[in-house]
Design a protein. Structure first.
Length: 455
C-alpha cells in the first residue's frame, strides 16, 4: 500500500470558498423549509413574530458560527467537532460523539433525507409498494459513487445541486410576489389576513424556535472541511458568515412569499405549504415543481452530509488503533474511502429498517435531536475550556464579545436540549440507548489498544 491509499495520507486544501459555501448551504437548506414554516406560523400567531423567529434563528446560527470559526481557525482538522471535543475533554468523550454521529446523527440524517427524496420522486415515477425506500436507496448508492470519485467530483456536484435548490426557493418567493401583485388574486376567507395578534407565550415561542433552529441546522458541519479549505485559516469564518447570511435572506423571503400567497391562517393550516402556494400560482404544474424542488433539496443535503460525515469516522480511525481501517485517506482522490463506504452501508441498513416500520421516519427524527443538542452544547463550552487550557495557541480569529457570545450560544443549546427532551420522550430514551452502546464499547477499544501496545 502506498501513501495514496493508507495511514500516512492527510487531507489537503483543495476546496475553494464558493465550494465550501455550496456545501454548507446544501446541508442546511433541506426539506425543513417546505414544512416548518406552517408550524412556526401556528405557534407564533402573527406575521411579525413569525418573521422575528426566523430572523432570530439566523442570529443564533451566526453566533454559533463565530464560535466554530474560532475553533476551526485555531485547529483546522478533518475531524471537526470530534477534534475540538478531543482537545477539550479527552478521547473518550470524543469517541462517544463519533459513535453518536455514526449511529444516529449522520447516518440517520442520510436515511431520513433518502426517504424524503423517495417520497417525492415516487409521486413523479412510482416504483411500487416500497418505492420510497427504493428511490432513497438508489440515491445513496449513486451519491456514494460520486463521493468515492473524489472531493472534486462531489464538490462540483454539490455546487450544481445547491444552485438548483436556491433557484427553487427563489421560485417560491417569486410565486408569492406574483400572487400579491396580481389584481385578480383574492385570498379565500379561510386564508385572509387576520388582525395582529399579541405576543405568543414563552412555551409557544420556544416550540417555534425548536422548528426554526431545526431548519437552520447543519452549518456546524463546515468544521469538517477546515483542513481542506484553501487560503488562510480565516477562510472558514468567511464561508460560514456568507452561508448563514444567504440562508437567512432566503428563509425570510420564502416565509414572506407564503404569507403573501396564502395569508397567515392559510399558511398555519397548510399541510404542504409550498405545494399549496405553487398550486395557487401555477395550478397542477405547481405540484410537479414542488416535488422536483423537494427532491433536489433532499439530494443536496444527502450529498453534503456524506462529504462531511465520513470525516468523523476517518478521525476516529486515526485515534483508535482498533479502528485503523477507517483512518485511511485516499490522497489521490481527497476522500476517506473506507469511512465513506461504512457510513453509506449503515445508512442503507437504516433505510431498509425504516421501510419495515410504520412511523420509522418520525422515530428517527425524534431520537436524533436530544443527542445532537447535547454535543452541540459541549462544543460551545469547549471554546471556553480551550481558551483557559491553551491560552497561547495561535488564534487567527477570536469570537467578539468573549465570553458573552459563547455563553449565550451554550445557553441556547441547553434550552433546545430541554425542549427536545420535553417533547420527544421516547426518542430521548432511544438516543440514550445508542450512547450507552458506544460507552460499553469503550473498554473493548481500550483493551485492544493495550494489547497492541504490549505486542
Amino acid at each position: 500500500m502506498n501513501d495514496a491509499d493508507g495511514d500516512a495520507a492527510q487531507p489537503q486544501p483543495t476546496l475553494r470558498l464558493r465550494e465550501a459555501v455550496a456545501i454548507i448551504v446544501g446541508i442546511v437548506i433541506g426539506a425543513g423549509i417546505f414544512k416548518a414554516p406552517s408550524l412556526v406560523a401556528q405557534f407564533t400567531g402573527s406575521t411579525g413574530w413569525m418573521l422575528a423567529a426566523w430572523a432570530a434563528g439566523g442570529l443564533v446560527s451566526l453566533i454559533g458560527a463565530l464560535c466554530y470559526a474560532e475553533l476551526a481557525a485555531a485547529w483546522p482538522h478533518a475531524g471537526g467537532d470530534y477534534h475540538f471535543l478531543h482537545r477539550a475533554y479527552g478521547r473518550r468523550v470524543a469517541f462517544l460523539f463519533a459513535w453518536a454521529r455514526f449511529a444516529v446523527i449522520t447516518t440517520g440524517s442520510i436515511a431520513l433525507l433518502a426517504f424524503v427524496f423517495g417520497d417525492y420522486m415516487g409521486t413523479l415515477v412510482p416504483l411500487g409498494a416500497h418505492g420510497s425506500a427504493a428511490w432513497g436507496g438508489l440515491a445513496i448508492v449513486v451519491l456514494t459513487g460520486l463521493n468515492a470519485r473524489g472531493i472534486r467530483a462531489s464538490a462540483g456536484t454539490q455546487s450544481w445541486l445547491t444552485l438548483a435548490e436556491v433557484l427553487g426557493l427563489v421560485l417560491v418567493a417569486a410565486a408569492g410576489l406574483w400572487l400579491w401583485l396580481d389584481p385578480g388574486h383574492a385570498m379565500p376567507a379561510a386564508t385572509a389576513a387576520v388582525p395582529p395578534a399579541g405576543a405568543p407565550s414563552l412555551s409557544m415561542l420556544g416550540l417555534a424556535m425548536v422548528f426554526v433552529l431545526l431548519t437552520y441546522g447543519g452549518w456546524n458541519e463546515a468544521a469538517y472541511l477546515s483542513a481542506e479549505l484553501r487560503g488562510s485559516r480565516r477562510g472558514m469564518l468567511h464561508a460560514l458568515v456568507i452561508s448563514i447570511a444567504l440562508i437567512t435572506a432566503l428563509y425570510l423571503l420564502v416565509n414572506l412569499a407564503y404569507v403573501y400567497g396564502l395569508g397567515l391562517e392559510g399558511m398555519a393550516a397548510s399541510e404542504a405549504v409550498a405545494a399549496d402556494l405553487l398550486g395557487r400560482a401555477f395550478g397542477r404544474a405547481g405540484e410537479t415543481l414542488v416535488a422536483l424542488m423537494v427532491a433536489v433539496a433532499a439530494l443536496t443535503s444527502i450529498n453534503a452530509t456524506m462529504i462531511v460525515g465520513a470525516r468523523t469516522s476517518f478521525a476516529v480511525g486515526r485515534d483508535w488503533p482498533a479502528l485503523r481501517v477507517l483512518g485511511r485517506w485516499r490522497a489521490d482522490r481527497g476522500v476517506p474511502a473506507v469511512a465513506l463506504y461504512a457510513q453509506s452501508a449503515f445508512a442503507l441498513a437504516l433505510v431498509v429498517f425504516g421501510a419495515s416500520l410504520r412511523g420509522g421516519f418520525q422515530a428517527m427524527v425524534d431520537y436524533t435531536a436530544p443527542v445532537f443538542w447535547s454535543f452541540f452544547f459541549l462544543c460551545a463550552v469547549a471554546l471556553i475550556v480551550l481558551r483557559v487550557r491553551e491560552p497561547r495557541a495561535p488564534r487567527p480569529f477570536k469570537v467578539p464579545l468573549y465570553p458573552l457570545l459563547p455563553i449565550a450560544f451554550a445557553a441556547v443549546c441547553l434550552y433546545m436540549l430541554w425542549s427536545s427532551l420535553a417533547y420527544v420522550k421516547a426518542g430521548a430514551l432511544a438516543g440514550v440507548g445508542v450512547l450507552a452502546i458506544g460507552a460499553l464499547g469503550l473498554p473493548w477499544l481500550a483493551a485492544r489498544e493495550g494489547a497492541g501496545a504490549r505486542g
